[in-house]
Design a binder for this molecule. Structure first.
Ligand SMILES: [Zn+2]
Ligand SMILES: [Zn+2]
Length: 161
């Protein structure tokens, strides 16, 4: 496979991960997997939270993909695994670092632009501490925080479904 095609494949895998992350967050973490994710919507006790098991699962899955790519001698699968791993790294840096300030060397809050909107949108996701009723399940694709806030206000005003 041409190196450019491999790079394209890695980029496509990176982009697709935003959709995978949205689906997993919306339907697994706020669904059947709420028991782990709940800890991420509550004030943190100590350094770790149960929700970190999702990161462990992600790392194990990525390592598994690289091992499989090696076994199959498939550069294409290795490119996909690289894109997925890159998304995981960016997610960890931005979500755990920038938004939740869990990385000691990344205590900086953006004061404008795309990154500020991203932080605001994710904070609005955390405005709801229950399994139901949250907004903004994606991450790098950022909806307008004003629209999210309006959505939250409308839900609070609405009678429970
Ligand atoms: Zn959540
Ligand atoms: Zn969060």
């Amino acid at each position: 496979m041409h190196p450019l095609a491999l790079a394209g494949l890695a980029l496509a895998a990176f982009a697709a991960m935003e959709g995978v992350a949205w689906l997993a967050h919306r339907y697994v973490m706020h669904g059947i997997g709420w028991a782990w994710h709940q800890s991420h919507h509550a004030p943190r006790q100590g350094l770790l939270e149960r929700n970190d098991w999702y990161a462990v699962l992600g790392v194990v899955a990525a390592i598994g993909l690289f091992l499989l790519a090696g076994r199959l001698e498939s550069p294409a699968l290795r490119a996909i695994a690289t894109g997925i791993t890159a998304y995981g790294l960016v997610y960890s840096l931005v979500h755990d670092g920038l938004v939740h300030q869990r990385w000691p060397l990344l205590r900086w809050t953006p004061r404008g632009g795309y990154l500020q909107r991203l932080v605001q949108a994710h904070r609005l996701h955390h405005a709801v501490r229950t399994r139901e009723g949250a907004v903004a399940f994606g991450f790098l694709v950022v909806p307008d925080p004003r629209r999210l806030a309006a959505q939250l206000r409308a839900r609070r005003g609405a009678p429970p479904a």
